[in-house]
Write a protein that binds this ligand. Sequence first.
Ligand SMILES: NC(=O)C1=CN([C@@H]2O[C@H](COP(=O)(O)OP(=O)(O)OC[C@H]3O[C@@H](n4cnc5c(N)ncnc54)[C@H](O)[C@@H]3O)[C@@H](O)[C@H]2O)C=CC1
Ligand SMILES: O=C(O)CCC(=O)C(=O)O
Length: 524
Amino acid sequence: MPKVLIADKMSNRAVEVFKARGVDVDVITGLSKDELMKIIGEYDGLAVRSSTRPDAEIIGQATNLKVIGRAGIGVDNVDIKSATDRGVVVMNTPFGNAITTAEHAIAMLFAAARQIPKASERTQNGEWPKSDYKGTELFNKTLGVIGCGNIGALVAERALGLKMKVIAFDPYLTEERARKIGVEKVELDTLFQRADAITLHTPLVESTKNIVNRERLGMTRKGLILVNCARGGLVDEEALKDALDAGHVSAAALDVFSIEPAKEHALFGTPGFIATPHLGASTNEAQENVAVQVAEQMADYLLTGAISNAINTPSITAEEAPRLKPWVDLADKLGTMMGQLLHEPAKSIQITYKGGITQLNTNPLSAAALAGMLKAAMPDVNMVSAPVLAKERGIELTESYVNEAERADSLIRITVETAVRKFAIVGTIYRGEPRIVRLFGVPMDAAFSPSMIYVRNDDKPGFIGEVGRVLGEAKTNIATFSLGRKKEGGEAVCLISVDGMVSDATVAAIQAIDQVKIVDRVTL
Ligand SMILES: NC(=O)C1=CN([C@@H]2O[C@H](COP(=O)(O)OP(=O)(O)OC[C@H]3O[C@@H](n4cnc5c(N)ncnc54)[C@H](O)[C@@H]3O)[C@@H](O)[C@H]2O)C=CC1
Ligand SMILES: O=C(O)CCC(=O)C(=O)O
């Protein structure tokens, strides 16, 4: 039974889902990095929010880990590269807390426009400071949305409902989508120049770091309201403090900070400044949504191989997973065989899908073939890490699709090119079993088995008897013997399944047989 650690506080619904699905689950929150490193090796899955930060060192100790699930959207607390290199799937829950976070941004906008927190505090202190708080009406004002994805679009829709004008900057926002949401797509500087209020909804990446900086704040209208419920680091906090102190920015509401938890900050106490402690996703509804979703996704993956909302590998739906399984297995076996028979580095790999299989999601099959091929040199590679590792090693992957397949309903052909040769292996599934139907240009029909001997020989009499003699003398039992040849008397290929692997001496004895050109061992 797979075992999962929930390392951050999340709704107990996650535990209920894991248990109901047959996944063993421990909830241990507040662990130090050292404590987590000591126990992470026991777990197949790690579920986190934002406090736990699975970095390269933690992932390095996670010898059984298959999946990290983020109950939320931002995965900036997870070292995705280390996870990918170790073949660990990283998944998030992209929609479960989006509405709640959009509502928080709108709440922050109102709170900033009317300075509600300070007015409330002073009223409750008995001051009745009515004349100190003349706010800003939002009606008819222009809201600039930076990042118009899930949450940005939800904020835009709500602001339109408040009868604000909404302009948006997002390099990936199409005119069509902008029209559908009802926003005007503008350039970044235009947004800074035209907006009465700006709200941020991008991830923190190189292009968004300090996207609100001193220069851009200088372009804005006097009295600007700024809201950030996305990520700390999007706003240059020092420049914001100066703009608030100068009265150029009238109010700013931050839910997120460049360093969290932000227990002390230069902005604290600045007039017009409002802070919440990264509460964007903190509602019962959102927390239940993300907890249930992350537990279901992780359980699906651990129990069935279905992958949803993964950041670092293609998705496989729950319906697809069982249909793909035999083909993933075939692709892995073909790739593994190829990897063991190649004796020089691959430059490129071409995978051709033929027949009915072209209707399936072939991304996982290509990843499995690559993983199989790389396994000879990198035993820990898997479907998640293989595409990245292949790319890093300069191996070019191309995929092609042919509607018709010869001699079978569906075929997978893997062709690998090295500096000196080009090899191809073709396989199919017949009656539920993976089979090799062509090996290096020679038609054959062979099953895969854990130990195989591959021989390339001249098609001349006496060969089979000689191989039988060598293996008999080595006390090696032959399970199956498959032969194929291009033409009578031409080049032939032979795959022999044996019980247990043969020794170097046996390989040398086969190599010494007259007709033999090449002998190799394949272990699956
Ligand atoms: N405060 C909180 O508790 C929460 C914060 N978040 C954060 O909110 C942010 C937005 O989340 P979603 O809308 O779900 O993400 P999303 O991926 O749906 O949208 C992000 C948008 O930013 C855009 N973008 C990327 N680079 C950009 C750039 N240089 N300039 C402008 N736009 C750019 C993308 O095209 C995309 O449309 C994320 O950083 C997420 O981590 C999400 C949930 C809760
Ligand atoms: O889990 C949380 O409270 C933070 C949510 C968040 O920032 C996210 O989902 O990106």
